[in-house]
Design a binder for this molecule. Structure first.
Ligand code: GDP
Ligand code: MG
Length: 215
């Protein structure tokens, strides 16, 4: 069940444990890095984000890690999202595999949704276990956006990455809405034509229609 206005963009932030999901989310929203974050609850942040001179309502769900690495979001939670941010740490290979699995899951969903892959902790280069090329390849393979960032060092790349994702999510949402409207209006016009064609018959069969409606 969707809440809020129809133009609200909902972003679900997923990834392995302690990869920096909260750090990245908070960096984008506040520009700050606080170091330690509550990891025991899912948090939804609501904000009006301005880009291209237009304000957009955005909800960002920072998925908590306490459920463990192998906890996959339920369909209901996946369906809530208009876009995904998948975070892994460049010094945690298992988090890269987990990111891959999550992206596979998203790409098996019935409609295309924008995905931003964030390779975090770039500042810990000496502990790197996932190459830039691997992250890049993963993103290319699955039609995702990809940025290497350090939530600890700077908000700049994170800001660019989120804005780019939101821009794509908005475009996807705009393309979906008119086609739904078109389908709806064409259904109305078809039913009007059928109504005009069978108007007399429908009047004659009113009793039957009413009975059917009550079954
Ligand atoms: P989450 O469990 O994925 O939400 O991860 P957190 O955002 O809570 O971060 C886990 C730990 O990694 C915390 O101690 C953060 O301070 C640290 N951390 C997050 N981002 C970075 C980063 O870019 N560089 C470094 N060095 N540490 C980071
Ligand atoms: Mg967290």
């Amino acid at each position: 069940m969707r809440h809020g206005s129809s133009t609200t963009l909902r972003v679900l932030v997923l990834g392995g444990q302690a990869v920096g999901k909260s750090a990245v989310t908070v960096r984008f929203l506040t520009r700050r890095f606080i170091g330690e974050y509550n990891s025991t609850i899912d948090l939804v942040y609501r904000s009006a984000i301005r880009h291209d001179d237009i304000e957009t309502d955005v909800e960002i769900l920072d998925w908590s890690s306490h459920k463990g690495d192998n906890y996959i979001p339920a369909d209901r939670q996946m369906n809530w999202a208009d876009a995904f941010v998948i975070v892994y740490s460049i010094c945690d290979r298992s988090s890269f595999y987990w990111a891959k699995m999550l992206i596979d899951l998203i790409r098996r969903m019935p409609s295309y949704l924008p995905v931003l892959v964030i390779a975090n902790k770039r500042d810990l280069e000496c502990h790197r276990t996932v190459d830039i090329a691997e992250g890049h390849h993963l993103a290319l393979q699955h039609g995702c956006q990809y940025y290497e960032v350090s939530a600890a060092d700077s908000h700049v790349s994170i800001n660019i990455a989120f804005h780019s994702l939101l821009r794509e999510a908005k475009l996807v949402q705009q393309h979906r809405t008119p086609s739904l409207k078109r389908r709806k209006s064409s259904l109305i016009s078809v039913s009007k034509k059928l109504g005009a064609m069978f108007g007399k018959i429908t009047k004659d069969n009113n009793e039957v229609e009413k009975k059917r409606g009550t079954i």
